[in-house]
Design a protein around this ligand. Structure first.
Ligand SMILES: Nc1ncnc2c1ncn2[C@@H]1O[C@H](COP(=O)(O)OP(=O)(O)OP(=O)(O)O)[C@@H](O)[C@H]1O
Length: 556
């Protein structure tokens, strides 16, 4: 069987001897069993095309095919065509011409040469099916508009056509009759009949149609799925059509950040209602703001971690406490990134601290909707990148995840860090040097250490030095530079959030490789300050500023 049931090829039709063309080179293919809505401005040619489809109008140029066969305009050919393609006119008075309902409905089928008996059976069936019985004995002229419409549908249905054309079936019908006609139309398509319907009701067309043929000046401007057509704003404007209300509302909710534009476009209000109803359960429905539920905000403070309880209390705990105090409307969560430390604490102290993924999971279970992730990492290195990746793997579970920046990110961070260290060591005499021990990394962000060392001096603090355990500036260069300064004493302090392993062992221990021993060996008096950066109030204030910046980003 031919998939294309009806085809129009380059049709031209004129009502006034070719002065104006009501069809102007129209081509269109209709697939079998589809529900196609014909839309377009008044006078764009829909009704003229319909009349071509059952042979009432004969195009001056171009061809029509039914089931692949060119239209046959002979008397028999037209009879056959009209039994297969039935038109239900907009105004039933243009269609009904028999005196009684029974005569009216049986006229077409008898014309096809069906026996009286057979015709009677068919007519009774359709009278029953379309609920015409209560007024079947009335003369047609005495019927109401809705009843006339029922009879005009019966006229066509009784012939068992393959294609039914409805020209604005709901025009002049009350809501009850509109619903009835819609129900009949739905039943027709369920039975595999191809239905072409002219309508100006964009909302109905979006919900009902498989395809839309949008007419413009006697031609088809676009023929596509309802969503294709109704999201084409240019085509809609050209044809005086409004976008369906459900799509307007969906687009507006997306623009406001309430729904995600990546959601499938809704074709009916029920689908849109479902999106809104489930916005909290299915977070991928939501945009950047929640609508109908209170937002549950949290700050996840992510640290590398430490196994030294003493330093933890005065650094990580203190940072978290300050953040909690500064943002009372946020719940504070903790995550640590060092697997080794987490395993050690679990084994040694039975202390379970979540990693980033576990903390995200915990927040999800607690019903948190918006998360600020604030690392206490010093630089934007590998640790920070991995932490972000882990947090973002939970993106679908939250309405928003926003990252605060590590300690040293922007130019003003460098200055603030310098200021907090200078404040802390304001009593340092000029003939002593402060040597800060950073961690260092192979990541390109390591350059910040040398830059900061330079900046100390640039701001007049010539006796402040910054090196790293694992990268540049190394102990070697530090020794060289410190020797050049010729201080009386070297004061060592960690440039790390906590004063943990590195501070105790690599910096201050008796190990001959420790910085203390190396400086002593070079002839300097050395003292060590075992104080992590987290203990400096200026550093804690800087983290609070980073959280504030992240919150500002989140609410943009
Ligand atoms: N019987 C007729 N005699 C003369 N001109 C006609 C006739 N029927 C339609 N036209 C003209 O043909 C053009 C197309 O009209 P048609 O009725 O096909 O448009 P339509 O898209 O069905 O409009 P509507 O949405 O108003 O039903 C219009 O310019 C109209 O004035």
């Amino acid at each position: 069987m031919n998939d294309i049931i009806l085809k129009a090829e380059d049709l031209y039709f004129s009502y006034d001897d070719e002065n104006t063309h009501s069809l102007n080179g129209l081509s269109l293919s209709i697939r079998r069993g589809k529900k196609v809505a014909f839309m377009g401005a008044n006078g764009s040619g829909k009704s003229t095309f319909f009349l071509c489809c059952n042979g009432i109008n004969r195009p001056a140029k171009g061809k029509l095919y039914l089931d692949g066969e060119p239209f046959d305009y002979s008397r028999e050919g037209l009879l056959k065509l009209r039994s297969k393609v039935g038109i239900i006119f907009q105004d039933p008075d243009n269609q009904l011409f028999s005196a009684s309902v029974y005569q009216e409905i049986s006229f077409g089928i008898l014309n096809l040469g069906v026996s009286e008996e057979e015709a009677k059976k068919e007519v009774e069936n359709v009278i029953d099916y379309l609920e015409i019985t209560p007024f079947r004995h009335k003369p047609t002229h005495a019927l109401s508009g809705g009843q006339k419409k029922q009879v005009s549908i019966a006229d066509i249905l009784v012939m068992h056509p393959e294609i039914i054309i409805l020209d604005e079936p709901a025009a002049a019908l009350d809501p009850r009759h509109t619903t009835m006609v819609n129900k009949i139309v739905n039943q027709l398509t369920e039975n595999g009949i191809t239905v072409l319907m002219a309508t100006h009701d964009v909302n109905y067309a979006l919900e009902w149609a498989d395809e839309i043929a949008l007419f413009h000046e006697g031609k088809v401007l676009i023929h596509g799925s309802p969503l294709e057509v109704f999201t084409n704003h240019t085509a809609l404007a050209m044809t005086n059509l409004e976008q369906p209300a459900v799509l307007q509302l969906f687009e507006s909710l997306c623009k406001k950040g309430i729904l995600k534009p990546s959601l499938p476009l809704p074709r009916d209000l029920k689908t849109l209602e479902g999106y809104i109803e489930n916005i909290n359960e299915k977070t991928f429905y939501g945009g950047s703001r929640l609508m109908n539920r209170e937002t549950n905000k949290a700050i996840l403070v992510v640290s590398f971690g430490t196994s030294y309880e003493e330093t933890r209390k005065v650094t990580i705990d203190a940072i978290e406490a300050d953040i909690a105090q500064a943002f009372p409307d946020h719940k504070i969560y903790r995550a640590w990134t060092s697997k080794m430390i987490l395993a050690k604490l679990a084994k040694r102290d039975n202390l379970i601290i979540p990693n980033v993924k576990e903390a995200m999971e915990l927040m999800r279970k607690d019903g948190i909707t918006d998360v600020i992730v604030q690392p206490t990492h010093v630089i934007n290195g590998i640790e920070n990148d991995l932490m972000k990746e882990d947090a973002l793997s939970y993106q679908e579970d939250f309405h928003s995840i926003t990252f605060g920046t590590p300690l040293l990110t922007a130019e003003e961070d460098n200055l603030a860090v310098i200021q907090s260290i200078v404040d802390e060591f304001s009593a340092l005499p000029e003939d002593e040097v402060l040597v800060l021990m950073g961690h260092g990394t192979t990541h390109y962000s390591n350059a910040i250490y040398a830059a900061l060392d330079y900046q100390f001096k640039d701001h007049g603090y010539k006796n402040f030095f910054l090196g790293t355990v694992e990268a540049y500036p190394s102990m070697e260069s530090l020794l060289r530079m410190v020797k050049e300064y010729q201080p009386k004493k070297v004061v060592l302090a960690p440039f790390m959030i906590v004063a943990g392993d590195h501070a105790r062992n690599d910096m201050a221990s008796d190990d001959p490789d420790s910085w203390r021993c190396q400086f002593e060996k070079a002839g300097f008096a050395v003292s060590s300050v075992l104080k992590g950066l987290g203990e400096y109030p200026g550093i804690r204030r800087l983290f609070i500023r980073h959280v504030k910046d992240a919150i500002a980003l989140q609410t943009l």
